[in-house]
Design a protein around this ligand. Structure first.
Ligand code: BTN
Length: 252
């Protein structure tokens, strides 16, 4: 038992060294995002918070993010200083996720603005972000949930037709290896020199570009138009408008 524990600790510290930042692991935590935001508020530099289970996982738009214990990669990355153009980086994190999944044999992964990653038109991963600004470049906490081991029956009824997991589409994947690969891909899209290539790749992976969409935004009437492109700052260009936040769905 002690030896097993030692091995786990050895793997953790090797991973932490390899990825070049502190990693906090929790068997169970309310939300890795909340914990990483606490670290950010306390002035920590780069860190990664990972959990096997979250009791109050957060999704976008105030929704919950639910994942049975042991099924998912649940992690939040603290970047300090924040990557340049943080809003664009958050959109491009979808490319990082797609690349990481494909390293492990997943079929082609698509991105859906702003932060969803889909396989076979079903959501396999989502992200949310929280940025702060200050004179030293601020911080960014990026939380990502990847469905890894779920079987179809692990998803709530309402999600069964819209969600998928790696287990349903790819060979078995070890979550620590996925964490390492995803961290490397996030670091890659954070590099200003990689941005143009990642943005082009985002366009190639995007399912909604060129299609008629509806955008639902808080406190505003729905917007209908063709999703024309993504701007250099990560905004979605729909008809004549720039959309910086909202839910987008194809109309046909
Ligand atoms: C979405 O709604 O698509 C975004 C989901 C983000 C979930 C991840 S899981 C790890 C991190 N901790 C949280 O509480 N949420 C994010």
């Amino acid at each position: 038992m002690r030896l097993a524990l030692l091995r786990v600790e050895a793997v953790r510290s090797a991973l932490s060294l390899e990825l070049g930042r502190e990693i906090e692991f929790f068997d169970r935590v309310a939300s890795t995002q909340d914990r990483a935001r606490e670290l950010a508020a306390a002035g920590a530099a780069g860190a990664i918070v990972v959990a096997d289970e979250q009791t109050a996982g957060r999704g976008t738009k105030g929704r919950s993010w639910l994942a049975p214990k042991g099924t998912s990669l649940l992690a939040s990355w603290l970047f300090r200083p924040a990557p340049a153009e943080p809003a664009l980086f958050v959109v491009l994190s979808g490319v990082a996720v797609a690349r990481a999944l494909e390293h492990f044999g997943a079929p082609h992964a698509s991105v859906k603005w702003p932060n969803d990653v889909e396989i076979d038109a079903k959501k396999v991963a989502g992200a949310l972000a929280h940025a702060t600004t200050d004179a030293e470049g601020g911080s960014l906490v990026l939380g990502i949930g990847v469905n890894v081991h779920q079987r179809q029956s692990d998803f709530p009824d309402a999600l069964r037709v819209t969600a998928t997991s790696l287990a349903l589409v790819a060979p078995p994947v070890d979550r620590l290896s996925l964490l390492a690969a995803l961290t490397r891909e996030l670091d890659r899209v954070a590099l200003p020199s990689e941005r143009a290539a990642a943005l082009d790749e985002w366009r190639r992976r995007a399912t909604l570009l060129g299609r008629e969409v509806e955008v639902v935004r808080d406190g505003r009437p729905p917007l209908h138009g063709v999703a024309r492109d993504i701007a250099d700052d990560g905004a979605l260009l729909v008809g004549p408008e720039r959309v910086v936040a909202g839910a987008v769905r194809p109309l046909r």
